[in-house]
Design a protein around this ligand. Structure first.
Ligand code: ADP
Ligand code: MG
Length: 292
């Protein structure tokens, strides 16, 4: 029997092209491209699908479509709770800390004076980020009190509901590299360094991928993290520190075009395998996937 697979995406990047090509080559898949900009919702929407793979670039659209489908007969990759957790750096950190996963020390504040106090608590340098950011945008390293005051004042004047939330992290000296590992359920597909001339190493900011051999310690921390996030399909970003590997952030609808150049595992193939498996997961199991 064919699996009715939907791919949710308003922009078709290299990653989506690869996933579409892979899906079209498989006889067991009946593919529908779902552009959220064209949807007008009612409850019967998308009910012909067995599973929907979220590749939407707009987090707010992805949230809403996934939430509207939660509890319906359409299985989701990833489920709404996982998307919500990954989409907010504060939620991610609190969750990981609760389960004892090593992470950089962090604070969340909701007012500029509290944010300044939190900076002083963490000590310099400190990193300030939007809770819902990506591509390294508005990620700031603050090295002294005056810079902290200025950055926090600027942020307090920005007009977005998320800019009233101050997410602060201990700065980790990484020699301008971090690690991106790809995991589906309990299987780590592969990992790659991202190296740069700058301390911000995102591929979107010019970070270059280099091979990173899979080690037991990496596999352990990444599969443990995937378990906590519901056995999901994730890109887990890590920082190497003098106290070992620390999880920096987790991405749900991940980019992989740069990392895949140095990873042996076939990321689009594995992601589709996983998505098809999820099409068979019963509704109840899917709903209980992500522990509170
Ligand atoms: N606490 C930190 N210490 C050292 N480097 C960091 C820290 N936080 C972020 N970085 C660097 O900045 C990059 C972007 O930060 P990240 O938290 O991943 O935000 P984004 O969601 O915008 O990618 C990371 O890939 C890493 O290279
Ligand atoms: Mg990142």
């Amino acid at each position: 029997m064919k699996v009715n697979l939907g791919i949710l995406a308003s922009r078709i990047r290299v990653e989506e092209k690869l996933l579409i090509k892979e899906a079209e080559e498989r006889r067991e898949i009946n593919l529908t491209l779902v552009d959220p900009r064209k949807l007008i919702w009612d409850r019967s929407q998308l009910s012909e699908l067995d599973v929907l793979l979220d590749r939407e670039i707009s987090q707010s659209r992805a949230y809403h479509v996934m939430e509207l489908l939660s509890g319906s007969s359409v299985n989701l990759v990833n489920d709404f709770r996982t998307v919500q957790l990954c989409g907010d750096k504060a939620f991610t950190s609190v969750k990981l800390k609760k389960y004892g996963i090593p992470i950089p020390d962090f604070r969340v504040a909701f007012d500029r004076n509290s944010a300044l106090r939190a900076v002083e608590e963490l000590g310099y340098p400190v990193v300030l980020k939007p809770v819902d950011g990506s591509w390294g945008r508005m990620v700031a390293k603050i090295t002294n009190r005056e810079a902290a005051e200025a950055t926090i004042e600027h942020k307090s004047n920005l007009d977005s509901r998320f800019h009233s939330i101050y997410y602060l992290q201990e700065y980790i000296e990484t020699n301008n590299k971090d690690i991106r590992a790809f995991v589906v359920g309990n299987d780590v597909i592969g990992a790659a360094y991202r190296e740069s001339d700058h301390w911000i190493t995102n591929a979107a900011r010019g970070g270059e991928s280099k091979p990173y051999p899979l080690t037991d310690r990496l596999e352990r921390i990444v599969t443990e993290t995937s378990g906590i996030f519901g056995g999901a399909a994730l890109a887990v970003d890590l920082l190497e520190s003098d106290r070992g590997l620390l999880i920096n952030e987790i991405n749900c609808s991940m980019e992989f075009k740069e990392s895949m150049k140095v990873i042996d595992g076939d990321i689009p193939e594995r992601l589709l395998d996983y998505t098809i498996q999820q099409a068979q997961v019963s509704e109840e199991v899917a709903r209980n996937q992500c522990p509170a």
